[in-house]
Design a protein around this ligand. Structure first.
Ligand SMILES: [Zn+2]
Length: 201
């Protein structure tokens, strides 16, 4: 897998949103929370850095961590839907998948949706778009969840970040170490590039 998603892939899956609109900004996103090991830490850092981000939350984790979920909202961040049980779309029947999205929607309504693993089939894409969802992908993936990834590599790859990029980090136990060691440096590099941090719209 690549840090930067190839342009060809973005072209092949045109109905999904790969980049933000503002070339003077990047869009920071966190998948898989709320999570007690990482979300409070991220909220503190973002407050200190005066940055708003978008959290693509798993329904089951919202149910398990309701006060943490409220903290994300209270801090002015945006929420997106990331299914209820982190189903991989390509391994899941359409009705099961849509039910999972709706079950999460019942906890918090958002037009933003991100497919777990970035995987869904064309029928699921069509259905979600017809339901008014924006399918949000990413252009730069920290791969903070990978055991083989060194945080120094993540920081090094931040050099290629450019305007309109959607940046992907995770709020989960397995991403905790890499995320905590790299995110502050990545933020610093983005600020040095004179890029703003914006919410997805
Ligand atoms: Zn995920």
């Amino acid at each position: 897998m690549f840090f930067r998603v190839p342009v060809l892939m973005q072209f092949l899956f045109k109905r999904r949103i790969w980049r933000g609109k503002d070339s003077s900004a990047v869009y920071l996103t966190f998948d898989d929370g709320p999570d007690k090991d990482t979300t409070p830490w991220v909220l503190d850092l973002l407050k200190k850095e005066n940055i708003k981000a978008t959290f693509f939350c798993i329904g089951q984790n919202i149910e398990n961590n309701p006060s943490l979920f409220r903290d994300i909202i209270k801090n002015g961040h945006a929420i997106g839907n990331h299914t209820f049980n982190h189903e991989k779309g390509t391994d899941t029947k359409r009705t099961t998948y849509i039910n999972s999205v709706n079950k999460t929607e019942a906890l918090y309504s958002s037009e933003l949706f991100r497919p777990p693993y970035g995987r869904m089939n064309m029928f699921q894409v069509s259905k979600l778009i017809s339901m008014g969802k924006k399918i949000i992908m990413w252009t730069w993936n920290a791969q903070d969840y990978k055991k083989s990834r060194e945080h120094a590599q993540i920081i090094d790859k931040a050099k290629i970040i450019q305007g309109r990029d959607i940046l992907l980090f995770h709020n989960s136990k397995k991403s905790a170490e890499n995320m905590k060691k790299s995110l502050p440096e990545v933020i610093k590099i983005v600020k040095q590039k004179q890029l703003l941090f914006k919410l997805l719209d």
